[in-house]
Design a protein around this ligand. Structure first.
Ligand SMILES: NC(=O)C1=CN([C@@H]2O[C@H](COP(=O)(O)OP(=O)(O)OC[C@H]3O[C@@H](n4cnc5c(N)ncnc54)[C@H](O)[C@@H]3O)[C@@H](O)[C@H]2O)C=CC1
Ligand SMILES: O=C(OP(=O)(O)O)[C@H](O)COP(=O)(O)O
Length: 337
């Protein structure tokens, strides 16, 4: 069994912790929280051992009547692998702690790529993380792009990818985020950070990305154009993408016209928290004009990196190859709409 600790129990951390408990080859050592908020109380209800992320705040937990299993260093000491899901930049601060215990750590997409040995996507470069000590699971958008570009590159070759990312302003719980009533080029400079981030997984892929932010919390939406090195039909591309377990081709018959109905569909399907782990590609949008592929896809920012974190745990511990790990993760979480 691989013993996994989760440091940072917010949007990503709580989902990763739940996913760890569903794996046949993993056990959750516990989760570290900075304060006894509603998420800490949820961890207690789930009987996850709770550790204080900041020693000086232990008494806040005592005042809230929450029993702690120890402090974060105890959690790291007990773990074979730590998943750091702290806010951007805090993972970098935590790196020396993981090193002092010689515990391999996974970081999230908000950290700089140069913090780690490998930036990871299960479909893109699983084996590159074998035995690595510091691995970054790339951001939600980069994860989505990597899943899409990997099969296109392998089957047809990619001459150039151009993607405009219409990004949600914040997650549903991020009440301080915006815009409330605006449409922002974000970042205004081009390329956005997403293209270079894809290059941390596929160093040779030619990609330009442009980013925007809009007043929405549900999902990101990508407008994709990929110039291929050959000229398949749109039907060929549809068949190729349909074979990919973490790509969901939204059929016209479902009458899903946007992110709102995708989330509603996920809730109706009984998905935890309405999570959508797969890229959602509108089947009707998949079009070929000469060598140019066009499509629209939606990415659920809160959840698509969760299966990737689970696969990264197996990759760094060298306990399964890519196809075994992806199959186990998909089966246990119920991935495959
Ligand atoms: N929310 C999203 O859409 C996505 C986020 N990411 C990345 O995942 C990382 C985490 O993001 P979220 O889960 O959204 O953030 P979040 O703010 O929802 O959760 C972070 C948690 O860490 C806690 N925390 C703060 N300082 C800490 C410390 N020193 N030690 C332990 N815990 C601490 C916070 O209290 C919070 O509970 C970031 O790198 C982000 O860029 C990646 C993909 C998507
Ligand atoms: O990594 C993400 O997006 P990004 O790939 O657009 O940077 C996550 O959705 C978090 O983005 P945020 O930095 O807007 O919270």
């Amino acid at each position: 069994m691989i013993t996994v600790g989760v440091n940072g129990y917010g949007t990503i951390g709580k989902r990763v912790a739940d996913a760890v408990t569903q794996q046949p080859d993993m056990e959750l050592a516990g989760v570290a929280k900075t304060r006894p908020n509603f998420e800490a109380q949820a961890a207690v209800r789930k009987e996850y051992p709770l550790y204080a992320a900041v020693e000086e705040r232990i008494e806040l937990f005592e005042e809230a009547g929450i029993d702690l299993a120890g402090s974060v260093t105890d959690l790291v000491a007990e773990s074979d692998v730590v998943v750091d899901a702290c806010p951007s930049g805090i993972g970098a601060d935590n790196k020396s702690m993981y090193e002092s215990f010689d515990t391999p750590a996974l970081y999230q997409g908000g950290e700089d790529a140069d913090l780690v040995d490998v930036s990871f996507n299960a479909r893109g470069n699983y084996s590159a993380a074998a035995g690595a000590s510091h691995v970054r699971v790339v951001s939600c958008n980069t994860t989505g792009l990597s899943r899409l570009l990997a099969p296109l590159q392998e089957r047809y070759g990619v001459e150039k990818a151009r993607v405009t990312l219409v990004r949600r302003g914040g997650d549903p719980g991020q009440t301080s985020r915006g815009p409330i009533n605006d449409i922002l080029p974000n970042p205004i400079t081009i390329p956005s950070h997403h293209g270079p981030d894809v290059n941390t997984v596929f160093p040779d892929l030619d990609i330009d990305t442009l980013g925007m932010k809009v007043p929405a919390t549900l999902m990101h939406v990508h407008s994709v154009n990929v110039t291929l090195e050959s000229s398949p039909t749109a039907a060929d591309v549809r068949d190729l993408l349909r074979e990919e377990s973490r790509l969901f081709l939204v059929p016209e018959s479902m009458a899903i016209d946007g992110a709102g109905k995708l989330k509603e569909f996920a809730h109706d399907a009984g998905r935890p928290r309405g999570d959508v782990w797969e890229n959602c590609i509108w089947e009707e949008s998949i079009s070929m004009e000469g060598d140019d592929l066009y499509l629209f896809e939606a990415i659920h920012q809160e959840s698509d990196v969760v299966p990737e974190n689970i696969d990264a745990i197996r990759a760094v511990t060298e306990t399964a190859d890519a196809s075994e790990s992806i199959a186990t993760t998909n089966e246990t979480l119920g991935i495959g709409l």
